[in-house]
Design a protein around this ligand. Structure first.
Ligand code: NAD
Ligand code: GLY
Length: 352
């Protein structure tokens, strides 16, 4: 199965689902991964790669290492291996690895080609496609980065078989996001999905592939229309305005990204409810779905003003106007930049 991300002649690419056979390169290739993914799957991947020379760089595992220090470490290693402008980087891991791999590829010798081979559900359904790359700093999430598209993406459901339940659920959060924003029929599909089988990793391969396919089709469609996030693509940030504050406040350690997104979506829905964009039944429907996938929904806001002020570091805040992405009914979303401070504070108080 293949999905095309259409971005014009030069930078369009394919996302392949369960089609990874042999990859042949007449250049040097470096695989970027971490110890955990390497232990589980690297041998299988390396068997599939033929290159002039093949190198592996391993980075520390965790969102807390998604920073400029790690970028510098990767670049040092690439210089050490004398990788040149024709070399190709393959990111092999979850969203942390693909965000950093893409960023390094965009700046190493002013840009080299890269390929994503995602190994988490979250990276398959979202992070590996669309060319957002980058790292966090102490001021906030993904504040440093670039838009830089991969040459190809290979999603393989076999790699996902070793994911723990919590990681599967975190990936599902991004898929629920896609469904809630673009396609309410997907919510029916998720409500009928066997949650137990999904969470214990025994869902049939073809159903998992269907989930990945649907998500990538939705994302490819959005990215093709608005690569650099000037409008439509902002909708993919539903839940993220709140989630990024949660992740930053908790030091990128307590919650997985998908868990923060789940709480962020619920907070956004409570705000949408207050504004009359969602009704109580719709708000509760998403909350129930998140809970059924073992995702958290209630973040404890310790300091309402501090949480509010953190929104001003969000990349969607322009000229002090916070752009909130809210559901306007299920399967539809809108961008709101005129919400009163009082409405936002009152929403945050619900969680205090
Ligand atoms: P992650 O990359 O930290 O991976 C989660 C954990 O799973 C890690 O411990 C990892 O080592 C482990 N892991 C990876 N593959 C595994 C496997 N096959 N079996 C067992 N364990 C495995 O986190 P993530 O949830 O994949 O990605 C989150 C990141 O993605 C965040 O930094 C987020 O900002 C970013 N993101 C980016 C985009 C984008 O468009 N660029 C979109 C969504 C999220
Ligand atoms: N994950 C949001 C985006 O790619 O735009």
């Amino acid at each position: 199965m293949q999905i095309r991300v259409n971005l014009g002649e030069k930078i369009s690419y394919n996302v392949y689902i369960n089609e990874l056979k042999q990859l042949k390169f007449d250049t040097k290739v470096v695989v970027l991964t971490n110890d955990l993914v390497a232990k589980l799957h690297l041998d299988i991947l390396l068997e599939k790669i033929q290159a002039k020379e093949l190198f592996v760089i391993k980075i520390q595992d965790g969102e807390e290492y998604k920073n400029l220090q790690t970028i510098e470490y990767i670049i040092d290693q690439m210089c050490h291996y004398q990788l040149d402008r024709k070399s190709i980087l393959i990111s092999f891991g979850g969203g942390v690895v693909s965000d950093m791999g893409g960023f390094v590829a965009s700046i190493y010798q002013r840009g080299i080609e890269f390929i994503n081979i995602p190994t988490t559900l979250l990276a398959c359904v979202d992070a590996s496609v669309g060319g957002k790359t980058g790292v966090n700093n102490r001021f906030g999430k993904n504040l440093i980065g670039s838009f830089y598209q991969p040459k190809a993406v290979y999603c393989e459901s076999d790699f996902l078989k070793t994911l723990p339940s919590r990681e599967l659920a975190a990936g599902m959060a991004e898929f629920i996001k896609m469904a809630a924003v673009f396609d309410d029929k997907m919510l029916d599909f998720l409500e009928n999905l066997d949650k137990k089988r999904f969470l214990n990793g025994s869902l049939e391969d073809d159903i998992l592939a269907q989930i990945i396919q649907k998500s990538i089709e939705l994302k490819a469609n959005v990215v093709s229309q608005d690569e650099k996030e000037n409008g439509l693509r902002m909708l993919l940030n539903y839940g993220h305005t709140f989630a990024h504050v949660i992740e930053n406040q908790t030091g990128y350690k307590k919650y997985l990204h998908g868990e923060a997104v789940a709480m962020g979506m619920h907070m956004a829905n409570v705000l949408a409810l207050r504004l009359g964009l969602l009704d109580l039944q719709e708000c509760e429907r998403i909350k129930k779905l998140l809970l059924e996938f073992n995702l958290p929904v209630d973040y404890l806001v310790l300091d309402v003003d501090e949480f509010y002020n953190a929104f001003f570091m969000d990349k969607k805040t322009h000229f002090k106007k916070i752009n909130f992405i809210l559901l306007d009914g299920l399967g539809k979303a809108c961008i709101k930049n005129d919400i009163s401070k009082e409405d936002v504070l009152e929403t945050l108080k619900v969680f205090a």
